[in-house]
Design a binder for this molecule. Sequence first.
Ligand SMILES: [Zn+2]
Length: 529
Amino acid sequence: MHVTTYDCTLRDGEQCEGITLSLEDKLRIVERLDAFGIDIVEGGFPASNPKDIAFFERVRTLPLRHARIAAFGSTCKKGVAAREDQGLADLLGSGAPVVTIVGKTWDAQVTRALQTSLEENLRMIADSVAYLKEQGRYVVFDAEHFFDGYKANPAYALACVRAAADAGADSVDLCETNGGALPFEVQEIVAAAAAELPSTQLGIHCHNDSGCAVANTLAAVRAGVRQVQGTVNGIGERVGNTDLLTVIADLELKMGAHCVGGDALRELTGVSQFVAECCNVSVSAHHPYTGSSAFAHKGGLHASAIARFPEAYEHARPESVGNTARMLVSELAGKASLTAKAATLGVDLAAHPGKDQEILDDIKAREARGYSYETADGSLGLLLQRHLGLHRPHFTLESFRVIVDDREDSGALAKDAQSEATIKVHVGSHRLVATGEGVGPVGALDSALRLAITPFYPTLSTMELVDYKVRILDENIGTDAITRVVITTSDDEGTWGTVGVSENIIEASWNALVDSIEYGLVRAGVVPL
Ligand SMILES: [Zn+2]
């Protein structure tokens, strides 16, 4: 069974509160989705704003090897012939090989929202699809509110999709616009549409308001749909769209379908992280398949069992989607999980007899002081190496000083408050002094440190601080509370976390920052000067 993939990240996904994509971001996402094997990538409304117009101009110049770009718009307006409709002209003018038009299929929407007759709505659908087909486009008809429409008036909802199919639509995609349907309803209603249109390709577009977007999409495929719409990581307005990546993994690994193929599937986690980066958000640790906790195991019992029998606690092989199993080190952990965890960090503890107890004691003592290594593989890797005498630092700190300068007397730090950091470090026999600036003290320290040592370790320029989290561990003690800082850093190869703990937030940040850079250099195999 082949199921076509249709991505809506750039249109529906960008409706997500707090997410805006620049033109460059959009083009990079198109390239990445193309390389991954997505069949159709929806670009947006070609005439809604200058950014979208520029997108369609630029995307035409990309050398895509597989994906086709879709322009998205509506059927012609009421009372206007399709060939005279400005919206349809804009869609054609975009040059996109695929044109997706949304039309109404719920009778009450037609009479109340659109304020026209049921017959005129059918005319608008048929006329628009037929005209776009005449112009040589691949036409997708998005049947808006199809499921609510079917529940209210099944005969009319079916008449609408039949009008699109009879006019030559290449795919009729049923939209669960309000996101409230449940899988058994979707399966039943899709089956009715499939019976009505036995020779037309059907697709599905869901929203996640009832928490069922992925389930609804899979139910639709079982009922005969062969094109799945969704967004990367499920981003979208309200609670989001169908997560296209989860659907692809489920279809490929559990339903025997072909979407992108098994080799490309290993890119799944990478695509998820890449798009999240472009959106300036992190992939939720608990995201199915692609989150950092998706294949994480905590507790001595699970961790030791999983080494012998992975199927016991893993629904799929992490490597099949480009993720990795992780053993979480916690206060509960025993020697078995520490040894397994060390192995994932490239450290063979068995070769150092007796060290495991010493390391566990140190981890427990540090956890009691506020450290947590569950998201700080980088710091844990360095801790192991230090215990085993394997670590040589790439640089050592002599001193640092941070100045935070606030020029407005508003009681709070002004938005443009600048921080300046001066550091003195040693690399081999060199003593370096550098000053960096940033909006915050950590950014300033980061830039000063990079200025000082990047000339010795050029690999540093590929590493980027992607997330910075501060947690106050005991608020009851007031200013003496312990601060834990976790920094996430990434390079071309992946991401790693590091942790710092102190009563002083700057010191905690510095410790996490030093580990992030040390571990990044160790990971990249850079030999200390
Ligand atoms: Zn939608």
